[in-house]
Structure formats: C-alpha cells, structure tokens
Design a protein around this ligand. Structure first.
Ligand code: PLP
Length: 444
C-alpha cells in the first residue's frame, strides 16, 4: 500500500503545521474545495463528528475494489491472498500508529461496537462462558463499574446495560465547573469493588484531555480493568496505548481521516486471549460440531462474519497518512486552533462549556480544538443555522453526551471542532460570524 501525506514537518516535535504545509494538506482533501449555500467557501468545523478524507484514503478503497476485492482469510485464490494481505497490512499500520501489537487490534465497525464487545464479554463470562480463563471478566452483584460524567453515550450506555444484566453497580467520576474530571474523591470511587474503569481520553464536548496516568494507576491499585474511549485523541494527538497502560481502547476510522463503517478495539493480548466472544458465527471458529464450537485465537475470535475489508484498508492508509504528517505537529496545530477557538469566550453572551485554558492535570496536552458553547438568548440550533448560512459547519445538540450537558444546565450546545486541515483563518471566520449571532436574533 502506498499512501501518503504530501508534507512532513521538518522537525515534527517542535512545530505545528506551517502555512505552506497546511495548504499542501488541504490540497489532499477534495471535499474541502467545494462550496456550500450559494457558492460560499466551506468552513468545516465538525471534524469531531466525522473527519474529511484525503485522496489517498479514497484511492486506497477504490484500488482495493478495483484490484483486490475478495473475502479475507478464506479461499485459495490469488485475490483472496492479496485481500488478506491488504487487510492484515492495514491492521499492522493501525497497530503501529497507536503503539500496539498487531494481534491486539481487532477490527470493528466503530468505537461503539468495540466498547460493546468488551461489555458483552463481561456478561457472557458472567453467564459462565469462556471457562476458567474468563474468570477476570465475571461480575457478581455489588461489583462496580466506574465511568465519568463526561462520557459519550457510547462509553456509558453499554456499561449501564452491563450493570442491568449482571447486578453490577454503575458509579461515576463527576465533572467540575471547568469541565475537567473532579478527582477529589477518586479513592472513594475506585475501590476493591471496582472491576472496570471506563473513560474517554478526550471529551467530545469539552475537548479536555483526561489524566490517563492517574486513572490507570487508580484502577491498577484495585485490580480493575481500564477501557479507554480514544475516539477523539487518536486522530489529533500522539497516542501510545502500551505507554498509556490501558487494558482496552476503542477508536473509529471515520474520525481519523478514514472511512465510515470501520474502527478498532485494542485489547492487551493476554486479556483478548482470555475474553469470550460476543458476536459469533463464521470466520471466528476453529472446530464446529452440531453440539459445540471452539474459537479461533484473537483477533479473529472477535471478527465474525465477512469483514469490512475496503474500509479497513482505508483506515490503515489514514493511520499512515497521519503518521507521516507527524502527530506531534498535528497536536501542536490542534493546540493552536484551540487557543484561537477559545477567543469566542470574549464575545458578549457566549459561554464556553469546558476548560478555557491549557491548565491540565499534569498532562502534556490538556485540551484539544473541540469547543462547545452556548449563546445567551439563542438556541444552539439557531446558532448552527446562522453559521451554516455563512458556509460554516458546526455541530449542534447534545453530542451524545446528555449527562454532561445536564451537568452544565443546558439541553444543547453548538460545537466547533478541528482537524489537520483546519486553518486559523477558518476559525477567525467562525468567530466573526458568531459575534453577529445575538444581534441577528435581536438578543443583545
Ligand atoms: N466516543 C466519542 C468520544 C465520540 O466522539 C464518538 C463519536 O461521536 C464515539 C465514542 C462513537 O464513535 P462511533 O459513532 O464512530 O462508534
């Protein structure tokens, strides 16, 4: 597979993307050239929902269908061989990108599916599946699952459901007024009863980076397993899962410049080996009789059915593209854009939900360019509409994080979010447009 990014910062560890580099990056994304709403240039500030895709990713998918299309891991013909090779090379690229071993990356349709695989493994184990090896996944009534009040529903509802199925109890780390996790009572929340600590790496509402080291240490102290929702971190900052020391992680292709319909579950090898499957059927088995089935080792054990091969190939290509761009530079670009976005807090009537500065809990990068806000006297949907009229695409609603919105006493926010192709000029255009919103509605 050939990718790849047009540019690479000379010293990725020291620089954000320069103007020239950024122009070259933007040229890689065909969709950014289109206009919207009667010929206005598109200002796409909704990358946290889904990112745009560079031409190399689109080409990788087309190339797969044009040249290699076949089902993987089956068939003795050349196409099946080539498809399998592309599929596994993509796995290797994604694994290398997030600091994991190949066998620790399981293809999934997305992060939501990935988190559900882990949650259902716990309930299957609790039902007695998986033999002695699965002991670690067995829950008893009174066991506790700890999440945070900041979670995306994808990392909350599966744990609520797991509790309902098993009698385990859900607890959560609260969020403080500045939008960061309030760790004041962490020791009382993460105790000997805790079996799972599931948390987002970067909030898709506040942009805040969680103090992963502190949370992992707390979980380890009591023998709980950690599940990291890395959906918003993997596309925008360097992530090394081995270094972070989490037990499981989930992320989606479509948020990291890759295709929809594909994502990854990371699991530490020994845990995946011990974990019972959740989705069962073809391709994940060793021996099947009419009475029973033995399962393939991971990652195949968790990849039942015909796989999303073209999408996986696209996701592998996206990982390589980002890697060649240099994630240190990408993170610096994000940090710069976050600072530009946060200037909206100076607009009268605009309130940002989340940290206003880069004062993290000891984390090197403490917030990314995901900024949610409310405008006094104007509903978020109306804010979105006025911006859209000017060609500026932001997200409106609860961003699949209703508890966090409830915490801040709002039903909905508008959210601007960036990616590698976002420019400061776009953020300035957004700020200027936002400054006129209250006057437009006579809300001043
Ligand atoms: N977690 C976070 C933080 C997200 O932002 C999202 C997507 O919005 C998800 C999980 C779910 O990802 P997907 O819908 O791709 O499964």
């Amino acid at each position: 597979m050939t990718t790849t990014a047009t540019v690479r910062p000379d010293d990725a560890s020291a620089t954000a993307l320069s103007t020239t580099e950024l122009a070259a990056v933007r040229a890689d994304f065909p969709l950014l050239e289109r206009t919207v709403r009667g010929g206005k240039p598109l200002v796409y500030l909704d990358s946290a929902a889904t990112s745009q895709k560079p031409q190399v990713v689109l080409d990788a998918e087309v190339d797969f269908y044009e040249q290699r299309n076949a089902a993987v891991h089956r068939g003795a013909h050349q196409l099946a061989e080539e498809a399998t090779e592309a599929f596994e090379q993509a796995r290797a690229a994604v694994a290398a990108f997030v600091g994991a071993d190949e066998a620790e990356i399981v293809w999934q349709p997305g992060a939501t599916a990935a988190i559900n695989v882990v949650a259902y493994a716990f309930s299957n184990a609790t039902l007695g599946r998986g033999g002695d090896a699965a002991e670690r996944f067995r829950l008893a009534p009174g066991d506790e699952i700890v999440v945070t009040e900041a979670e995306h529903h994808a990392n909350l509802v599966p744990w609520q459901e797991l509790c309902a199925r098993t009698g385990a109890v859900l607890r959560w780390i609260p969020v403080s007024d500045d939008g960061r996790l309030d760790l004041t009572n962490l020791d009382a929340l993460v105790t000997e009863r805790t079996r799972v600590l599931a948390f987002g790496h970067v909030s898709n509402v506040t942009g805040a980076v969680a103090p992963v080291a502190t949370l992992v240490a707390a979980a380890r102290r009591v023998g709980a397993l950690t599940v990291l929702d890395a959906c918003q971190s993997v596309p925008n900052m360097p992530v090394d899962l081995h270094e972070l020391g989490v037990d499981f992680a989930a992320f989606s292709g479509h948020k990291m410049l890759g295709p929809t319909g594909v994502g990854a579950l990371y699991g530490r090898r020994e845990l995946l080996e011990a974990m019972p499957p959740t989705v069962t059927g073809g391709s994940m088995v060793e021996v099947v009789t009419m009475e029973s089935t033995t399962y393939a080792p991971p990652p195949q054990r968790f990849e039942a059915g015909t796989q999303m091969v073209a999408q996986a190939v696209g996701m592998g290509c996206a990982a390589q593209y980002l890697d060649e761009l240099g994630m240190e530079g990408v993170a610096r670009h994000e940090t710069e854009l976050a600072a530009e976005m946060l200037k909206i807090a100076d607009i009268p009537g605009v309130r940002v939900i989340g940290p206003l500065g880069a004062d993290g809990a000891g984390e090197e990068i403490s917030r990314l360019a995901v900024v949610s806000f409310v405008v006094d006297g104007v509903h978020a949907h109306d804010v979105g509409q006025v911006l859209d009229d000017k060609g500026i695409a932001v997200r409106v609603g609860h961003h699949c994080a209703q508890p966090l919105h409830r915490r801040f006493g709002v039903a909905a926010t508008a959210r601007a979010s960036a990616s590698v192709y976002t420019t400061v000029e776009e953020v300035v255009a957004f700020r200027e447009a936002l400054a006129g919103v209250r006057a437009f509605f006579g809300a001043e």
